[in-house]
Design a binder for this molecule. Sequence first.
Ligand code: KG4
Ligand code: ZN
Length: 339
Amino acid sequence: MKDKVKILAIESSCDETAAAVVENGRNVLSNVILSQIEIHKEFGGVVPEVASRKHIENINDVVEKALKDANVKLEEIDAVAVTYGPGLVGALLVGINFAKGLAYGWKKPLIAVNHIEGHINSNYIENKNLQPPFVCLVASGGHTHLVYVEDYGKYEVLGVTRDDAAGEAFDKVARALGLGYPGGPLIDKAAKAGNKKAIKFPRAIIDDESLDFSFSGLKSAVLNYLHNSQQKNEKVIIEDVAASFQEAVVEVLVMKTIKAAKQKNLKYVALAGGVASNSRLREKLQEECHKYNYEFVKPSSILCTDNAAMIGCAAYYKYMKNLFADGSLNAIPNLELAN
Ligand code: KG4
Ligand code: ZN
């Protein structure tokens, strides 16, 4: 086995066209992310067909830039990795087909990576000492998962959202507040100027024994609050609504994550996914981990968002186990996280 394994990774599951070169799983040689947010903003959310078309326009340049930034030629690459789900089918197919073409043309092994696994693995990149087992909260626009990472590539899903994903709730509430898209960063910013105790929004299934989540009731409570205030002609302080809503989401996410860590009796607690950028979530989870003596690890913001470095990291551990895909690899839009 070579002592330096370089993987070219491609990610196109939603609205970021991304490519990266990663050496030995944790050393990121390049990380190129082309976000389509400005295009989708106009529509208040990601338009699947537009996303696919933009991926196909940009993927050549993004991959070329990733190789150039890493100062690596295609012939020096040991494997090509790609996200094959979960995500938007048309968007996934662009990355998969491009990766297949490269792997076939250059006779390189192909590695298929689950997007959620990629988010979890993003923690390894900057936290060089992190080793499984650990508990990871993955919160993004499409998913909210509490995962026990037993070993590299070995996962047990402890809890999931029963309805909306955490990021989806942020996006929907932001839209109702007229803040724009994507909602998470805008609510995070507005909340800084607001009072998180101003409005008591519900904390769904927080006392429940399960490690599942639910955010649709909270979203409805915010919409009802806004509707009632309008009916009564009462002034709505957007910053207070944002702070109170954010606190309700964060409290449930943090409490369930700590509950999972206690059940598994582990050293590390990790965070991943787009919502992992949330400043209040990072602060509160840090506080609670400190209280219970867990070491809290998190990726920096650029690795919380969709990127290909995390895919290259997860792919390395599959490469080491000879877990390769073949030319029949297809997109699986609702792919589950499995061992
Ligand atoms: O992981 P990601 O980039 O894409 C998916 O796989 O879904 O996550 C995007 C989600 C969006 O819902 C966005 O509003 C949310 O992450 N997000 C945030 C923050 N930054 C992004 N949510 C709360 N606070 C933030 N600072
Ligand atoms: Zn994601």
